[in-house]
Design a protein around this ligand. Structure first.
Ligand SMILES: [Cu+2]
Length: 72
């Protein structure tokens, strides 16, 4: 299991966090998605077949591109 945290500058309200949590949560292999409206960050825990490439591609597709990986 892998946990990553991304900056998502496009987050600006609770609707954004809801959209991200719903869309990313539907990816196969994603265990949990926690989007933080105030911090403009999302924490995602996943297993295969999900991977960072797939998650970042989806975030870009729904117009919430990840702005780099935060190393925990
Ligand atoms: Cu919003």
């Amino acid at each position: 299991m892998t946990t990553v945290t991304y900056n998502i500058p496009a987050i600006h309200c609770g609707h954004c966090t809801h959209t991200i949590e719903t869309e990313v949560g539907e990816l196969q292999g994603v265990q949990s998605v926690k989007a933080d409206e105030a911090a403009k960050k999302v924490e995602i825990t996943f297993d295969a077949p999900a991977n960072e490439q797939v998650i970042k591609a989806l975030l870009a597709e729904i117009n919430y591109p990840a702005d780099g990986l935060i190393t925990l």
